[in-house]
Design a protein around this ligand. Structure first.
Ligand code: C2E
Ligand code: MG
Ligand code: MG
Ligand code: MG
Length: 284
């Protein structure tokens, strides 16, 4: 009753679920095992400059290569990880893996900063800034290149503590991005309070903006709002060239979406980037 299997195969978690129940205990131990045995995989999705098509960064999106269930998406285990406390282990794995990938890309001459998604629990851990600092010093990377994407709903638990952690991260030189903007409760309050430098318009507005005039107006106003607050604005969910052009005409800075690329294993990115750059030269 706790984890309801949807027809699509995705798993939904009841927020009031019992962490000690049998099914959850085994998911918790499977997830621990997955971290230890490297079943987790870092996928990346390119983020482009909408005015010239150049790659400005990539976003790290986690996958779980489950030995029985196949490729699992974050919606199928991140909510559980958040509620069971395993998220802090996962986030550290993602941050370390992102640093490792970054170093490997540098050796290939690729300069694409990797943005990482963070959760509530991470912000409650007041040692997180120090952990990130150590990780990056060990890898020989500068902190200035890192962007952390924060989801609004992940800030609900203990907003004051989250804010303190975010301020320390920002003081260290990390860039903070508000993810899924417009879908939470206090988007505007967060923009006012938090030291963010980027705002990501949720894909639910972008996906239908060509047909839906209201969505288009929301997208346009959000871009203007971001710019008025001196933020860079990123649109998610670009599924067509028309959407890219429309966003570019509205002055949106950056974009991501299936039209540019679906998330891919990090190891595939260097070859993808070469193809992208070759294509760009042709159309320039
Ligand atoms: P998000 O950070 O807002 O990431 C965007 C999601 O939209 C990704 O789903 C991406 O694959 C999908 N997407 C990208 N372009 C398009 C498009 O053009 N059309 C459509 N329909 N979808 C698109 P994904 O990878 O399943 O991740 C879902 C969410 O899981 C993420 O949303 C993020 O909140 C969370 N997540 C992913 N990786 C991590 C992680 O390492 N740590 C934490 N804490 N959360 C993560
Ligand atoms: Mg994100
Ligand atoms: Mg998002
Ligand atoms: Mg999301």
């Amino acid at each position: 009753h706790v984890a309801k299997a949807k027809q699509s195969g995705a798993v939904l978690f009841d927020p009031a679920f019992d962490i000690s129940s049998q099914g959850n205990l085994s998911l918790a131990s499977e997830l621990r095992q997955a971290i230890a045995t490297n079943e987790l995989a870092l996928y990346v999705q390119p983020k482009i400059d909408l005015q010239n098509g150049k790659i400005s960064a990539v976003e790290a999106l986690i996958r779980w290569r489950h030995p029985q269930k196949g490729l699992m998406f974050p919606d199928q285990f991140i909510p559980f990880a958040e509620q069971s406390g395993l998220i802090s282990l996962i986030s550290l794995w993602v941050l370390a893996e992102a640093a490792r990938v970054e170093v490997a890309w540098r050796k290939l001459g690729i300069d694409a900063p990797i943005a990482v998604n963070l959760s509530t629990r991470d912000l409650i851990d007041q040692d997180l800034p120090h952990k990130i600092l150590t990780l990056h010093q060990d890898a020989g990377l500068a902190l200035g290149g890192i962007t952390l994407e924060i989801t609004e709903s992940s800030m609900m638990d203990d907003p004051q503590r989250a804010q303190q952690t975010l301020e320390r991260l920002s003081d260290m030189g990390l860039q903070l991005s508000i993810d899924d903007f417009g879908t939470g409760y206090s988007s505007l309050a967060y923009l006012k309070r938090l030291p963010v430098s980027e705002l990501k318009i949720d894909k639910s507005f972008v996906l239908k903006m060509e047909e839906d005039e209201n969505d288009r107006k929301i997208v346009r106003s959000t871009i203007d709002l971001g710019h008025n607050l001196n933020l860079k604005v990123v649109a998610e969910g670009i599924e067509s060239r028309a959407a890219w052009d429309l966003l570019a005409s509205m002055g949106c800075d950056f974009g991501q979406g299936y039209h540019i690329s679906k998330p891919m294993p990090a190891a595939d990115f260097p070859a993808w980037l070469q193809r992208w750059q070759a294509q760009e030269l042709q159309t320039a």
